[in-house]
Design a protein around this ligand. Structure first.
Ligand code: PLP
Length: 353
């Protein structure tokens, strides 16, 4: 080992889902199958490339203001970043500096563990129960902060707001982050609780319900005080996180509320239909409230099935981790994409229509 080796930060990185460059039915990274709002395309067409000479507004004011209007909060309560991964990473850096361990579920977004390791934050995973539900009392123990997604990923389970509130209320001395990447497909958001709790940060993204994973925009909403701390950390890192194009396209996407809501309705409709179809094929799955379904089949090995689907050009996600080794995570695509998947599954299982 070379002497400098011992001073190099070594981390086991997050492994993102595959992004195949050839055409496949892509149901593996929870992207939205529909295009972004029409205003985004217009903004791109009209975008003046001369603008690229200049640095973007470091405060991303137009985007922050649009989001604040949409969610009826003050602009001082909104922080934007390069996807919610960037926002969440900034939150870990800013809010999780205790000697006590931060808490998150044992089955959850695998990036949490990666950031905790990267920033050397002690952590303790709390075991979901046999139905993959969060056990609220586990989060009442002394800790250095709490983070969980709602709906959770990859389980797709939504916890009612009362459950979320209980965890926030029992942790007044630490910051509680609710990662709401999939909330638009689910139910009531913890944003409703912001007036009541000053230890709450809600993180959302443009990647799922707003069809803009490729643009990389995410945001946090919290008290002006917490948002100020986040901005201080950001300005100590990289001031210009949101580029000129993201600024205009992101703003356009938020403006079109009708398109946003219509897109969500379509996905929920396809999801509920897909649940029925999966049931007919003998799959078992959690009651998904996200844009993906976490499913298992009693007679077919998940890994073998995953490989067979991939072989035929249908990409879903498989981890093989403890307790979830027999599960596949299937993103809800268009009705047509799902029909193709079901046709494959019927053929694979030798079931006639
Ligand atoms: C997709 C996802 C994110 C990250 O999304 P970005 O594309 O970085 O905005 C964050 N948390 C969860 C739970 C997710 O599933």
């Amino acid at each position: 080992m070379k002497a400098f080796e011992k001073n190099i930060r070594k981390v086991e990185p997050y492994v993102p889902g595959e992004q195949p460059q050839h055409k496949v039915i892509k149901l593996n990274t929870n992207e939205n199958p529909y295009p972004p709002a029409p205003g985004v395309e217009r903004a791109l067409k009209e975008f003046c490339t001369d603008k690229l000479r200049l640095y973007p507004d470091p405060a991303a004011e137009v985007l922050v203001k649009e989001l604040a209007d949409f969610y009826q909060v003050k602009p001082e309560q909104v922080f934007v970043g390069v996807g919610s991964d960037d926002v969440l990473s900034m939150c870990f850096l800013t809010f999780f500096n205790s000697d006590k361990p931060i808490f998150f579920p044992d089955i959850t977004y695998s990036f949490y563990k990666v950031w905790a390791e990267l920033y050397r934050i002690p952590y303790e995973c709390q075991r979901l129960d046999e139905d993959f539900r969060i056990v609220r009392e586990d989060y009442y123990k002394e800790n250095g902060g709490v983070i969980f997604p709602n709906p959770n990923a990859p389980t797709a389970i939504y916890e009612e707001l009362e459950e979320v509130e209980a965890i926030i209320a029992h942790n007044p001395d630490v910051i509680v982050i609710v990662d709401e990447a999939y909330i638009d497909f689910a139910g009531r958001s913890a944003l409703e609780l912001l007036d009541k709790y000053d230890n709450l940060i809600v993180v959302q993204t443009f990647s799922k319900a707003r069809s803009m994973a490729g643009m990389r925009i995410g945001y946090a909403v919290g008290s002006p005080e917490l948002i100020r701390y986040l901005n201080d950390a950001k300005y100590s890192f990289n001031s210009y996180t949101i580029n000129q194009i993201s600024l205009v396209c992101g703003t356009e996407a938020v403006r079109d509320k009708e398109y946003f809501e219509e897109g969500i309705r379509k996905i929920i409709k396809t999801r509920e239909w897909a649940k029925e179809e999966l049931k007919k094929l003998g799959f078992i799955f959690t009651d998904s409230r996200a844009n993906f379904i976490f499913a298992s089949h009693p007679h077919y090995d998940a890994k073998v099935l995953f490989e067979a689907m991939k072989e035929s050009g249908i990409y879903v996600r498989f981890w093989g981790g403890e307790r979830i080794e027999q599960y596949l995570r299937i993103t809800v695509g268009t009705r047509e994409e799902m029909e193709t998947m079901f046709a494959f599954l019927r053929k694979y299982m030798k079931i006639s229509e």
